[in-house]
Structures are given as structure tokens and as C-alpha cells.
Design a binder for this molecule. Structure first.
Ligand code: GLC
Length: 580
């Protein structure tokens, strides 16, 4: 490829790139940031695998471990090196496995412990590490601990959970994220007391003040780490520590509940204890869901000298997407602010989608026929070129889209169904709710993986637990395998580029053309290497005031398959250029 010629066009529009003067972390020095100590979990591309919807091997309509095993070569081919598996433990499935009744056994729909052992072996043989979900803010109400705990006020397991005896009157209001009535206290006549559940009434909150409970959790962690797994994603962990005097909070606190629920008393003591007793003894990766209320909270969770966790993920950016669109300026501002706060210390997770969100391309890109592929590739380029560990959700490598159910009967998500009932009971606006959930309900991100164009997208020979997106006939892995310009093959190129260019992992991030409302441009610099990333977030051509001399640069990738000679970025164009 004639690079000179290739860059001729690009040169026109990037002739005078202005480094954004407002970015103040970058100009100070070309020195390496203090957080560039190499670690495998920093160099990882984490692929999040939602087992219920990935691949069903036994025809019951539910994905399973044997199904994942049958796709290990596919996973390897993606170039990812860590898989975060959503919960696979025994569970009555009130919340798709986030309600665990036995932490040391496998959910029967998913298979057996022998299947798990083969899965882990198969992953390790392919150089892929496994991170499991650790759900210990709450258990299932069907866990033996809870059965014991509720049986009487004197039971030795009573203090594994939070109880408020009814003789004291009603407990101060706590908001439940998932309950039909939004009330997090559930009365239980068996011992004439209320128990606390921030999520559903089948997910009672565990009492972390009890050292016996904490030791149980550490034993569970050791059980899995001794089996050879490589780390944990700590579900809803910012909520585990509670002020158990349960003070009365101001009316309406639930509008800002994170402020009240996150980072409660002793949370850092618990994490330091967990680190000392478990994590430090293994080469395990750890990431918390939620990062508290401030950069200080986030740093306290992840800075190496704190001996707590490796990473946390914050929701500022993922919460931006709204049906009417979102501000690209705001997106840039959020990612740049977080990068700047973690430039010297700590480590970030980079993500825009997961199993709790609707689809990436629908929310942050453009899922119309004309722009789905190109905008999906652009978003993948973004996620894989930022500083931090990227978390990439299964199916996004195909550009899978929202299914947009219009009937409540099609939904499976418990909190969504509960909220629907709540609105029915309270005379709420159901049509508005239906509109909202067709854009934002997490079921959109949980429809079965689209493997091929056979019945049910090749996901199952049975009846799928949730409907398959009808667009599987055109959007599927088999078709994309054969197409060198598919989203899938583009994603593979990106993981390769990230592996080959450590500057994309550790490099200093510098935002360019800061006030451009349509494009996102930045460089990444490390050890004498400098890489330029240009992204058009719009469906129209956009001019970028870049200004770097790219004539000696090397094009690493362009989502159109090559640069054009125009002076603008084409709709949703993404370009990565190695400048030095
Ligand atoms: C976390 C999980 C979510 C689950 C909730 C309750 O937010 O990501 O899927 O419903 O915790 O466990």
C-alpha cells in the first residue's frame, strides 16, 4: 500500500491540527504516568459473555456451559484474552442468576461442575482467562443461610442478613430498585420482622458487618480461585456496607440513592481484609460494579497502594444515551475527565454496554440499515483505543441491535415486569413506559446470540427463553465470517492492533479538537510511539481540526477499508494512524 498516496487526502484535512490547549494533563511532561506498570489485567480485552443467551447445547432453550465449550474456538478467534462470565451458580433465577442459592454449585440449566471444569480447561488451553461474577451484596431467599436466618430470631444465621423486628415499629424507608412497591423492607411473619432487600424480595441483602458472613464469602472465593479461575467481578459491591442503625433519610432520597447507598461504613476495611485473605494470595483480577460518588471514592477502591481492587466501573458515560440522542461533547468530557483523574494512579475500565444495558449500536451508534455496520465499527474502535481495560459485550462484535419489543408479554426482565405492575397499580403512564423500555430495557441486550441464519439464529433447537431478534437472518456470525469487511472481522483487527500497540493500553491520552461537537479525536503516546484516533460520531461528513503531520504515518485501520481523498471524515468513519 502506498502510504504517501493514501495520506494525501487525509493530509488536507489534518494539515493543522490544534492540540487542545484545555487538556492540561498532557503538556506537562512526556514522562510515563505512574500507572504504566505492566499487568496482564491492564493488557486484557475483556469479553463479557451472558451464558443464558450465548449457545444452547441441550435444546432446552437456555444457553449452557456445553454451548460455550462448543464455541471456544470462536472466542479465541476474536483475539480477546479474558472472559467475564455472568453468574452460573445454582439459582432459582428470579434475576437470571443474580440470586444465588448455592455459591459452590452450577445452575442446573447451565450444566454440571464437570462441564465447568472442561470449560475452564478449554479456555486456559486457548490462552483465555476466566473472571466470574461474585454476587454477595445479597443471596437468594432460597439459600440455606436465608432459610435458617428467617426460621427464628435466635438462629445462628440470623445475623447473616439485616432484620428489623416488628416490635420496633416500621423500619425507616429504604428504596428497592426492583420491588413492585419500591419498598426494600419485606415483612416476614415467621419471626415477625422485616428483612432488607435493595433488589428484589427474593434477593435479601447480606450483612457484611458479620465477620462470619465475610469469612464465608472469602471461602467461596478461594474455592473458585483454587479451581483455577482468574478473578472476580464484584456485583453491586458499592452497596454492601450499610449503616445498620438505619437512620431516617430525607424524603425523596431515592432520587439520588447512590449517594446514600454507596460506600457505606467500613467498606474499605472489608475490601482490605478480602485482599489480604484472598486476592493477594492469587494473581487474580478484581473489578467492582460501581465506583461510588467521586474520583476520590474510585481511587480509594483501586489505587495499587490501597490493596483493595484493580478496577471499578462508573456509570457516567453509559447513562448518557437517551432515545433522542446524546451529546458527543459530554461523552468526550466524561471520558477525558476520568482519564485525567487516573492519569498517574489507579486504572480505569472502559465500557459502553453490558448485560444491564440495551444494545451498544442502538444506544450510542445508529442501527439503521445504512449506518449500523459502520457506526458499530466506529464504537468498537473507540472502546479498544482508550486508556484502561476495555469490557466488550457479546454480540456487539456483530453489531447486534435492540429487538424493541412492543408487548409486555415478550419481556422477561423481572424489574421491568415489576415496574409495569407498579405503574398499573398506581395509575402510571404505561404507554410512556413501553416506549422507554423498547429503547432502554436490558432484555434488548439479552436476546440470543445470532450465530447463523437457521431457525432461532442457531442458538437453540428448542424454544428460546426470550425471543430471537428477527434480524438474525442478515446479522449473524456465519455471514460475517465470510465477509472480510464485516463488523466481526473488523473487531478481530482491532484486538490485534491493541495487542500489537501497547501505546493503546498504557499511552498518555490527549484530547484533540475538544470543542468539536461531532467528532472525537485523540492521541495515545507511550515509549516514543504516538497513535492518532479520529472518530466521527455523526451520520454526516465532519471536519476535524487535527493538524498533525500524518504524511509519515502508517494507517493501522479505517472502518471504510481505506482512506478517501476528501477533506472530511465520512459518516461514522473511524481511523487509527500510527504517527511514530
Ligand atoms: C447488578 C447486576 C444486575 C443485577 C443486580 C442485582 O447490577 O449487574 O444484572 O440485576 O446487580 O444483582
Amino acid at each position: 500500500m502506498n502510504v504517501q498516496k493514501l495520506f494525501l487526502g487525509l493530509l488536507v484535512f489534518v494539515a493543522f491540527v490544534l492540540y487542545s490547549c484545555s487538556n492540561n494533563t498532557d503538556q506537562k511532561s512526556a514522562a510515563q504516568p505512574g500507572n504504566s506498570e505492566r499487568k496482564w489485567w491492564k493488557e486484557a480485552v475483556v469479553y463479557q459473555l451472558y451464558p443464558r443467551s450465548f449457545k444452547d447445547a441441550d435444546g432446552d432453550g437456555i444457553g449452557d456451559l456445553k454451548g460455550i465449550i462448543s464455541k471456544l474456538d470462536y472466542l479465541k478467534s476474536l483475539g480477546i484474552n479474558v472472559i467475564w462470565l455472568n453468574p452460573i451458580y445454582q439459582s432459582p433465577n428470579d434475576d437470571n442468576g443474580y440470586d444465588i442459592s448455592d455459591y459452590r454449585n452450577i445452575m442446573k440449566e447451565f450444566g454440571t461442575m464437570a462441564d465447568f471444569d472442561s470449560l475452564l480447561k478449554g479456555m486456559h488451553e486457548r490462552g483465555i482467562k476466566l473472571v466470574m461474577d461474585l454476587v454477595v451484596n445479597h443471596s437468594s431467599d432460597e439459600h440455606e443461610w436465608f432459610k435458617q436466618s428467617r426460621s427464628s430470631r435466635n438462629n445462628p444465621y440470623r445475623d447473616y442478613y439485616h432484620w428489623w423486628n416488628a416490635d420496633r415499629g416500621k423500619p425507616p424507608y429504604r428504596y428497592s430498585l426492583f420491588d413492585i412497591n419500591h419498598d426494600a423492607w419485606r415483612y416476614d411473619s415467621l419471626s415477625d420482622a422485616y428483612y432488607l432487600h435493595y433488589f428484589s424480595r427474593k434477593q435479601p441483602d447480606l450483612n457484611w458487618e458479620n465477620p462470619k458472613l465475610r469469612n464465608e464469602v472469602y471461602d467461596i472465593m478461594k474455592f473458585w480461585l483454587d479451581k483455577g479461575i482468574d478473578g472476580f467481578r464484584l456485583d453491586a459491591f458499592q452497596f454492601v456496607a450499610k449503616d445498620t442503625t438505619f437512620p431516617v433519610w430525607p424524603q425523596g432520597f431515592e432520587k439520588n440513592f447512590i449517594k446514600y447507598y454507596a460506600m457505606g461504613p467500613h467498606i474499605h476495611d472489608y475490601l482490605q481484609e478480602m485482599n489480604k485473605q484472598v486476592l493477594s494470595k492469587y494473581d487474580a483480577m478484581s473489578v467492582a460494579e460501581g465506583a461510588g460518588n467521586s474520583f476520590e471514592d474510585a481511587h480509594d477502591l483501586v489505587d495499587a497502594d490501597r490493596n483493595e481492587l484493580n478496577m471499578a466501573y462508573a456509570f457516567d458515560a453509559v447513562d448518557l444515551a437517551k432515545p433522542g440522542g446524546y451529546s458527543v461533547l459530554k461523552l468526550k468530557e466524561i471520558f477525558s475527565r476520568w482519564d485525567s483523574a487516573f492519569a498517574e494512579k489507579g486504572w480505569l475500565s472502559i465500557f459502553l454496554a453490558n448485560h444491564d444495558q440495551a444494545r451498544l449500536v442502538t444506544r450510542f451508534g445508529n442501527d439503521s440499515d445504512s449506518f449500523r455496520t459502520i457506526s458499530s465499527k466506529m464504537l468498537s474502535t473507540f472502546l479498544l483505543t482508550m486508556r484502561g481495560t476495555p469490557y466488550y459485550y457479546n454480540g456487539d462484535e456483530l453489531g447486534m441491535t435492540n429487538i424493541r419489543f412492543d408487548k409486555i408479554e415478550d419481556y422477561r426482565d423481572m424489574p421491568t415486569l415489576n415496574e409495569y405492575k407498579h405503574l398499573q397499580q398506581t395509575g402510571g403512564d404505561i404507554p410512556a413506559f413501553m416506549k422507554t423500555i423498547s429503547f432502554s430495557c436490558r432484555d434488548n441486550g439479552r436476546t440470543p446470540f445470532q450465530w447463523d441464519n437457521t431457525t432461532n439464529a442457531g442458538f437453540t433447537t428448542g424454544t428460546p427463553w426470550i425471543k430471537v431478534n428477527p434480524n438474525y437472518t442478515t446479522i449473524n456470525a456465519a455471514a460475517q465470517e465470510k465477509d472480510s469487511s464485516s463488523c466481526l472481522n473488523y473487531f478481530r483487527k482491532l484486538t490485534q492492533i491493541r495487542r500489537d500497540n501497547l501505546a493503546l493500553v498504557y499511552g498518555k491520552y490527549t484530547l484533540l479538537d475538544k470543542d468539536n461537537p461531532d467528532a472525537y479525536a485523540y492521541t495515545r503516546e507511550w515509549n516514543g510511539k504516538k497513535i492518532l484516533v479520529l472518530l466521527n460520531f455523526r451520520s454526516k461528513p465532519v471536519t476535524v481540526s487535527a493538524g498533525l503531520d500524518v504524511s509519515k504515518g502508517k494507517l493501522l485501520v479505517d472502518n471504510y477499508g481505506g482512506l478517501n481523498s476528501g477533506s472530511q471524515l465520512r459518516p461514522y468513519e473511524a481511523v487509527i494512524i500510527a504517527l511514530q
